[in-house]
Structure formats: C-alpha cells, structure tokens
Design a protein around this ligand. Structure first.
Ligand code: ZN
Length: 180
C-alpha cells in the first residue's frame, strides 16, 4: 500500500496540451515501489474509479496494473500496428470517465467547452490514446534507458535516441572522452 505523504485532498489540475512530459510516461518510468511512492507523492493517487475507495492510498498492485496497461498502449507504437492500437484503446478507454467542462481558457482568452478527466488514471490513459492518435513512438533512452516518446507534440524529433538534452550532452561527452 502506498500512502499519500500529505493531508492534501483537494484535486490538482493537469492540462494536457502537448505530449512533452506526459504523466503516463512518468508512471512508466516508475520501476520499483520507491519510484511508485515518489510518483504518488508528486502527482497524487491515480484514483481510478472503483479502484481506490480510501482516497489517500493506493495498493501497489493496482498502480502496477495501471502502469502495465499504459505500457501495453505505448508498446503498440513500436510495432506500428493500427489494429493493436485500436484494440488497446477500445479496451483501455472503456472504463475511462470524462465529463464536459465549460471554463476559461488562458490560451484562447475566452470560455471554451472542453472535457475533464475524472481521475489521474483516466487522464493518463487518455494521454496514451492521444500519443497513439498523433503517431508518437515509444523509445528507451540510449543513455539512461528511461522510456520516452518522440514525434509530433512531444518536443522531440522522430529519430530521437535520448530522452533529454541532459542525456544527449552526457552521451556526447562520454564519446568525446573515449576518443581523446
Ligand atoms: Zn535519458
């Protein structure tokens, strides 16, 4: 069981406008229980409908199951199989709950009709579907081995091999020092 580290119970708002730093990829990179606990401390309990009656805590096995579902979705980007993508989305999105929200958009400077996810888990599954829609691809960083996505809206070129500038520069330094 992972327990939230603060008393904070009011919701945190996340707006999905691009795929530069999706929470779903953060969860995918949470590989052990400590990482999962850090994820919950930073982003909150995924709180999937029907998953978490306690509100401030989550079973490790449930958050791992969510992570596996997210991983399955992203893995369909590596085989580039539309049927697999659709099968994943149909299954994963079936239980996602979204509701309409009419609210002020800072970007558009006017009221806009949008949709809001009922939980962080719902939001992350929609991020994966969004990544599938725009043709993003999952990779593992050649430097740190963390998962990342590349392509449209991700802030990375389609042929990126490093997750970040930090890893790209570190790999370049390593190559240069070997050459010296
Ligand atoms: Zn990296």
């Amino acid at each position: 069981m992972i327990i939230a580290r603060s008393e904070r119970l009011h919701p945190i708002a996340y707006r999905v406008e691009n795929l530069e730093d999706p929470k779903s990829i953060r969860l995918l990179n949470a590989r052990n229980v400590d990482d999962l606990a850090n994820f919950v401390a930073r982003f909150g309990v995924p709180d999937r409908l029907g998953y978490n009656p306690e509100g401030d805590r989550v079973l490790v096995s449930l958050i791992e199951a969510l992570r596996d579902e997210i991983a399955d979705g992203f893995h369909t980007t590596q085989i580039d199989d539309d049927i697999a993508k659709r099968a994943w989305a149909e299954n994963a999105l079936r239980h996602v709950s979204m509701y309409p929200a009419f609210e002020y958009s800072d970007a558009a400077k006017r009221m806009k009709l949008g949709v809001r996810a009922s939980s962080l888990a719902d939001l992350m599954l929609c991020e994966v579907a969004f990544a599938l829609e725009v043709g993003a691809k999952l990779h593992n960083c050649e430097k740190c081995s963390k998962a990342f996505i590349s392509g449209h809206l991700t802030g990375r070129r389609a042929n990126a091999v490093y997750c970040s500038d930090k890893c790209r520069v570190a790999a370049m330094r390593q190559r240069n020092s070997k050459g010296a």
